[in-house]
Design a binder for this molecule. Sequence first.
Ligand code: DCP
Ligand code: MG
Length: 407
Amino acid sequence: MRTFFLLDIDCFFASVEMALHPELRGRPLCIGGLRTDRGIVSCPNYEARKYGVRTAMPLRSAARILPSDAVFLRGSHRLYGEYSEKVMAMLRDFTPDLEQVSVDEAYMDVTGCLHFWGHDPLRMAEAMKERIGRECGLSVSIGVASNRVCAKVAAGVKKPDGLVIVRPGTERGFLASLPVETIPGIGPRTLPHLHTYGIRTVGDAMAYAERNACSGDRRLPLRAERLRTFSLCRFIASCAVPSDDAIVPHGHVEKSISRDMTFGADTADRERVGATLYYLAERCCKTLREDELTASTVTVRVRFADFTTVQKQASLPFPSSNEEDIFAAARRLLAQLCVPGQLVRLVGVKVSNLSGAEGSQLDLGVTAAEKFGALHRRLDSLQSRYGYGSIRWGITCGVAEHREEGE
Ligand code: DCP
Ligand code: MG
């Protein structure tokens, strides 16, 4: 059985500032802007959270509810990036099997390294916390479990400075009493549906999956609504099962740009899925152009109504930041991933294997690709100024909702 750690730095941006300026400790602190700036709080420290300040709250609202000795800082992303790299490098000293999932969060598969710690995950986790505290001045929370979801949930239950170990065999008991939305992937669109079936806790979902397991197999056809509930509950129940999925370590964080969209209702309409794919490719390309990058690899991800998720990637014949090229590859991948009639819940596009735009343009000379590039940049600037809907390609006109869940 594998052992996974999920490590998350506590109130990351604020912690870096407190590590560098110890006089800030013990006072409410908000990173994101000054108290009269427009804009939002990107990170409140735990003292500010006690007053009800949350991430993404307008700065001015935070200023209203905090006492006058609260501190507001604009912050420095460059500095936080450096701290992030430092912490990740330290963690790689503990295990090479690390997958960084955000600026302050990483999964680790420590199965192969536990013998250095007398097979005791507690000792290993305490050593990690101690080293990050001593060398960076940051406090972190760690969850330990036999699968990623339990490790992630465990890391969140005793923040800050938490260390929660879910021993093998206790996963079910650990998750059962928690609200069902604790499970990553169960969000505001799915929750009301589960609530109408009386499913509020993870335990309720597990019981529903078990009660309906037999009817799911035999009493066909199940009504679509019940089938959806059953699929969701089966997915939630699977989060208590130990996982054998190894973490594939990267030498560095893979640089990529991705955009996902979840449909308001699951759809089998291939044109709609295709149009959404174009829209997402367009959004990725806009970011590529802004950052003066090109991509050589395109990945398409599809999640079906029953939550199974598939993805496939392809290499482009030459690096590009034009949606014609990215979409052409994405459309071929979509055709390979989806069978007509299958109900799709989410579709996503990722571009990776990025490089600077200059090199590829030299190779291409003044070609159709370059002319398209100029056209796209004009469209980007019009859309930035007047809104996406002011001028758009015909194919995306049917994409009514622009609710991306980008990374
Ligand atoms: N962040 C941001 N905007 C958001 C969410 C997060 O700029 N909407 C930044 C600020 C956070 C950092 O990312 O410090 C890490 O995000 P987390 O979700 O891990 O939040 P924190 O580390 O701030 O708090 P916690 O102690 O809950 O992990
Ligand atoms: Mg954090």
